[in-house]
Ligand binder design. Sequence first.
Ligand SMILES: [Fe+2]
Ligand SMILES: [Fe+2]
Length: 296
Amino acid sequence: MFRLAQVSDPHFRSFRPASLRQLLGKRAIGALNLLLRRRFKHRMELLQALLVDVRGRPLDHLALTGDLCNVALASEWNAALRWIEATGLSPEQVTVIPGNHDAYVPEVIEQGTFERLFAAYLTADLRAGAETYPFARFRGDVALVCASTAVPTGDLGAWGRMGEAQLARLESLLMMPEVKARCRLLLIHHPPQVNRHGEQLNLKDREALQDVLSRAGADLVMHGHDHRDFFKELPGPGRSRIPVVGVGSASYAGGPDRRARYHIYEIEGSSITVATYVHDPATRRFVEYRRKQVAA
Ligand SMILES: [Fe+2]
Ligand SMILES: [Fe+2]
């Protein structure tokens, strides 16, 4: 059995006077508001509790599906890197993709800052072209196919876009024999359909992605972004159905249906079971909240 943990939307927060200058210099005042508002919603001590839990479970791999930061500050990403290193997992055992917050300002996209900092977790076994995204990592019978929906939206929205060129490369990659021979997991930050209404929150070219998936297929789509768990499906080739699973935020301080959580996917042959672990404020531990088989 392959045990894959998914942690999403931790929104690591860390800013010092130097980064505050950077924030006010290059980013809108909206960024500061965002940080102040998020102080109570996303709590860093929940990420520490999650770290203790992850370290105590047998895992083959850990995937972080974006929004590692709030306003794309190096100090926030460095906090994420320290957390990843503290899991004790090797870089081969950790995969990271960006979310919309990891593209908060255009210069981090232009300079490839995220890709440089997280390079060890973005190494590819196979690509369909010279561009970073999408890329595939092979781990035994599993192919982790990683896409980026991150485009700079700043204070104005939280949408995503893959773009026609990346969608074409994704279709090629999903169809390559080395990928097709494995259990194909698509990792993507934004959901490939609408879970929360409002164009400013969603993937702009989701219909084009749905078309790619209906032709090329996949065994599972796993996403973050919505800060809630979702269990949905999309049509695959022929009459097949592709399970689409979203996980809530790893640091959210709200009630039990949204509180800090993560998933462990248990993959054995074609069978995929998702276990959701949620933070329990009474014991300050993560407890199994739900177990659901999404593929037989
Ligand atoms: Fe998020
Ligand atoms: Fe997001």
